[in-house]
Design a protein around this ligand. Structure first.
Ligand SMILES: Nc1nc2c(c(=O)[nH]1)N[C@H]1C(S)=C(S)[C@@H](COP(=O)(O)OP(=O)(O)OC[C@H]3O[C@@H](n4cnc5c(=O)[nH]c(N)nc54)[C@H](O)[C@@H]3O)O[C@H]1N2
Ligand SMILES: Nc1nc2c(c(=O)[nH]1)N[C@H]1C(S)=C(S)[C@@H](COP(=O)(O)OP(=O)(O)OC[C@H]3O[C@@H](n4cnc5c(=O)[nH]c(N)nc54)[C@H](O)[C@@H]3O)O[C@H]1N2
Ligand SMILES: [Mo]
Length: 675
């Protein structure tokens, strides 16, 4: 028997989650046999979520794409592909892109998001390629732009409390976040706080597994968080629970905000939010009188029309009470702004645009935009789409239009993927990409504050190539000869950061902490031009679609629908990993017993949720996780896994948020009937 060749490799979880865990990958005889969280990384603390501890199952999945494929069926037929060589695929794609670029390179549209959050396999070589080409740009709004831009307006930066300091809080509002599902490593710190006597309050329409483990759950109506924040401020002002010194020194525009808040007494707030006036009064009292008080905001609550303003208003709460004075008080939405040493432009090279300013397309309206004819405001019709790190046919709103756009016979679609997703099914070419176990990358995060490095653990499977390599080869096939288009991944890793990041240390340890202040706004020093938090210019913006804001629509579609993540998937990623798919069961709609009784619906039966945009058939789960008037279409399943080949985005719309032009997935009315 030959000896087992075993080694461990430092990795980083690539997924779009705030936790960006440090992984240790064990390889035996060139096969990954175990993936665990690193003990020596403080926020990972040796633990991975169920999904990522199964990452090897995903990498070695029998359905992994291992060679390039070319479409042989029409786009409105069942997809059929034939195997082609890399040389043939790249030569044909390059020839077709050149022909389009000769007319107008802006007709070529990149489409990517955070399938991997790696800086190299994300927009590094891809950015260079598209800048050189002069392709249209993409406004990457689909997840976090409403809240993210709101933080820039309120504080001048996406920075906030450190995870570890939540353990010292005496009150934590977990607001629009299902931490146990989507932010597990934060939850560890919240539990430590709970053991130290902290009170945990969850503010979420759904009774999530996180809500169940908190001391209190406030089940407000979707999209009413801005009203709740104003109602809380009303109480803080009326009872003079304000930190006047902090307000005077560190906040601009409080008088304007004060006047707005005084219009939201508890009864009025309660009516808008669908909760009781006592819940409002008591929440304000607890928030004002418990110190230190922390807020963990997550992106769930900003996927509504007024999501940006809601985040701005909530961000003012710790400014009113001076909670920021303590390292365990304040707020965290995203910490991505801490990563000042990251040099995005050095990776993406905007100078390759050479003075051109191509149009920008919003990724959240890809359905409408693919169907748009050339016109002076929009520019040319989209003729080619190059998709990587994203599955837009499943995740983008208003699927009927997205699918119709992808089905255009005159559209050239190239998809870089691990699997035949709904998007790959509609491609002309599918190019096999490597997974995180097979390529190099460097990572910043939006939760903790360490830079991580991911070393490849194994060689690429089959003929798969890293995104970087695919764009290098495509650049060469196009005849682009700028030297930076030939940089290796190692070279690009060295270009990614200012010298504050010691690359030798990062390469050796895989983890590089940033030196940061413990309590970022204890003495003000907001990142705005005035150095003060900005309380002016925000107000409550009601939903596009709700019983109160649009009674006519609600007469036909009376149920508010939200579609938050399923625990065992990551957006639509992992939906095809058998063990995780089994854990999730099948596509579900959760509904309160009263709403089900009113419609004569039975638990476990197929139902159709519908509105003017579409119809989604899935199984009904009658459950007290739902409050009356709100239903939950969980997870982003692949459309082709759905009962009739649809998923929940059949029902969502493409209207955008107040700030950041982001999608309003959770601002949606439906009706439900037996299928
Ligand atoms: N397991 C798992 N983890 C994930 C993801 C996943 O798909 N699966 N997604 C990742 C991604 S892409 C992101 S952006 C992050 C953060 O992802 P988020 O989408 O913020 O994830 P959640 O924490 O589930 O937050 C959604 C919560 O907000 C609630 N919610 C919906 N509408 C409202 C509202 O109007 N007001 C309030 N107060 N709450 C509302 C939902 O019921 C849900 O419990 O998580 C990441 N982590
Ligand atoms: N209804 C509804 N819709 C939603 C949401 C919701 O809550 N409700 N959430 C929204 C949010 S928060 C987000 S962030 C978006 C997410 O939308 P996407 O960013 O599209 O996320 P995923 O569905 O995970 O798809 C990522 C794809 O990238 C691929 N991938 C991963 N790594 C690599 C790689 O290294 N190379 C290549 N070429 N491909 C790779 C994966 O196989 C996967 O198919 O969805 C949004 N859509
Ligand atoms: Mo997201």
């Amino acid at each position: 028997m030959s000896a087992v060749l075993s080694r461990t490799v430092n990795g980083a979880c690539p997924h779009d989650c705030p936790d960006t865990c440090a992984m240790q990958v064990t390889v035996e005889n060139e096969r990954v046999v175990r993936i665990v969280g690193r003990q020596d990384h403080p926020s990972t603390h040796g633990a991975l979520c169920t999904k990522v501890s199964r990452y090897a199952e995903r990498t070695y999945h029998p359905d992994r794409l291992l060679h390039p494929l070319r479409r042989v069926s029409r786009k409105d037929e069942a997809p059929r592909f034939e195997r082609v060589s890399w040389a043939e695929a790249l030569a044909d794609i390059a020839a077709r892109l050149k022909a389009i670029a000769a007319r107008d390179p802006q007709a070529i549209q990149p489409y990517s998001y955070a399938g991997t959050m790696g800086l190299l396999q994300g927009e590094a070589m891809a950015g260079r390629f598209f800048n050189k080409l002069g392709a249209a740009r993409l406004d990457r709004t689909i997840c976090a732009m409403a809240g993210g831009n709101a933080m820039l307006e309120a504080y001048g930066g996406k920075i906030g409390m450190h995870y570890r300091h939540f353990a010292g809080s005496q009150l934590i509002l977990i607001w629009g976040s299902n931490a146990i599902t989507s932010n597990l490593h934060f939850w560890t710190f919240a539990q430590a706080a709970k053991r130290n006597g902290a009170r945990l309050i969850c503010i979420d329409p759904r009774r999530t597994e996180t809500a169940e483990k908190c001391h209190q759950h406030i089940a407000l109506l979707p999209g009413t968080d801005g009203a709740l924040a104003l109602g809380l401020m009303h109480e803080l002002i009326q009872h003079d629970w304000l930190d006047h010194d902090y307000l005077r020194q560190h906040v601009d525009g409080f008088e304007e905000l004060r006047a707005k808040a005084l219009a939201w007494p508890p009864e009025c707030t309660a009516a808008e939010c669908g909760i009781t006036a006592d819940e409002v009064r008591e929440l304000a009292r607890v928030y004002a009188t418990t110190k230190p008080a922390a807020i963990r905001l997550n992106y769930g609550m900003q996927r509504v029309r007024g999501g940006g303003n809601a985040v701005r208003l909530i961000a003012m709460l710790p400014c009113l009470t001076g909670a920021w004075r303590h390292e365990s008080g304040g707020l965290l939405l995203s910490g991505s702004g801490w990563f000042a040493p990251f040099k995005r432009a050095d990776l993406e090279r905007p100078e390759l645009l050479a003075g051109r300013t191509p149009r920008t397309v919003n990724m959240s309206t890809i359905g409408d935009d693919l169907l748009r004819e050339a016109n002076p405001a929009f520019g040319p019709r989209i003729e080619a789409l190059i998709v990587y790190n994203s599955n837009p046919v499943a995740v983008a709103p208003e699927s009927r239009k997205v699918v119709a756009g992808f089905q255009r016979s005159d559209l050239l679609t190239v998809v870089l993927e691990h699997f035949m997703t709904d998007t790959a099914d509609l491609a002309d070419y599918v190019l096999p990409a490597t997974t995180q176990l097979e390529h190099l990358d460097v990572h910043t995060t939006y939760g903790h504050t360490d830079v991580l490095m991911n070393h490849p653990a194994i060689a690429p499977l089959g003929e798969a190539k890293p995104n970087t390599q695919i764009f290098r080869e495509l650049a060469a096939a196009m005849g682009f000869d700028d030297p930076c288009l030939a940089d290796t991944d190692e070279q690009m890793a060295d270009q990614a950061f200012t010298p504050e990041i010691d690359m030798a240390l990062l390469r050796r340890d895989g983890i590089h902490p940033l030196p940061l202040p413990e309590a970022p706004f204890a003495n003000g020093a907001f990142r705005t031009p005035s150095g003060k938090a900005q309380a002016g210019g925000c107000d409550y913006v009601p939903n596009y679609e709700s019983v109160r804001s649009n009674p006519e629509l609600a007469a036909r579609y009376p149920l508010a629908m939200i579609s938050p993540p399923a625990r065992n998937f990551m957006n639509s990623t992992f939906a095809n990993v058998e063990s995780l798919r089994q854990a999730e069961g099948e596509p579900l709609l959760e509904m309160h017993p009263d709403d089900a009784a009113a419609r004569g619906l039975q638990d476990g039966k197929l139902v159709a949720a519908f509105n003017d945009r579409g119809r989604y058939v899935c199984r009904l789960r009658i459950s007290l996780r739902a409050r009356a008037g709100v239903v939950h279409g969980l997870g982003v399943w692949w459309r082709k896994q759905g009962v009739q080949g649809t998923n929940v985005n059949e029902l969502t719309h493409q209207r955008l948020t107040d700030i950041g032009a982001a999608p309003a997935f959770y601002d949606c009315l439906v009706e439900v009937a037996a299928a």
